[in-house]
Design a protein around this ligand. Sequence first.
Ligand code: PRT
Ligand code: MG
Length: 218
Amino acid sequence: MLTLALSKGRIFDDTLPLLASAGIRVADDPDTSRKLILSTNRPDVRIIIVRASDVPTYVLYGAADVGVAGSDVLLEHDARHGSAGMYRPIDLNIARCRMMVAVHEGFDYEAAVRSGARIRVATKYVDTAREHFAAKGMHVDLIKLYGSMELAPLVGLADAIVDVVSTGGTLKANRLIAVEEVCPVSARLVVNQAALKVKRTEVQALLDAFELAVKAVP
Ligand code: PRT
Ligand code: MG
């Protein structure tokens, strides 16, 4: 049995076509079904639905053989736990966005950087943000949040946020401005290191199919 960990929403939606090209069709829709284990047309392949930030944990511990996780999630995981135990063989080029520093439109970020001011930054990517600002030689106080980062500068919790941005609509609606890119983000295939050996044939077949499908996208 091959177990694949996905999060529902954009990762699941964008992975479906890749699975289809590997001949795998999912029987249930996670948006309407409450099932957390989804069967597929292949009796030897199942999908588990987990939180986006939990995908590396399931794969690392071998509860899933393979998973799809945003590079934002992987960066944060690695900054905390190191990169051992998981291969990331393929950039799937899906769920793309950019990790950005953003501030309220009234906050002069450049002036704060120039003057060496200590700023407060709210983010769920605490370790990634710490490395980013340390590399710039900036002093920051980091505040860990679990979601809705965009709210923090509006109510005085923080001067800046580090969050992922795709259309920019959420920033705009909240009068925030992206002032700096931390890194581009896209989802990667992650593979448990032991599974790659023990289930070599099945895992390799999936990797090959995904790789072909990714290359076929212009
Ligand atoms: O929702 P949950 O707390 O379980 O986790 P999650 O929010 O990390 O999961 P999910 O499914 O929302 O995102 C999964 C992965 O998709 C992330 O880890 C990213 O790699 C990737 N991704 C791509 C994004 C976005 N685009 C994105 N726009 N993840 C989140 N967003 C957020 C963004 O932060 C903003 O708040 O969506 C909101 C709308 O973005 P705009 O710029 O289009 O307005
Ligand atoms: Mg979300």
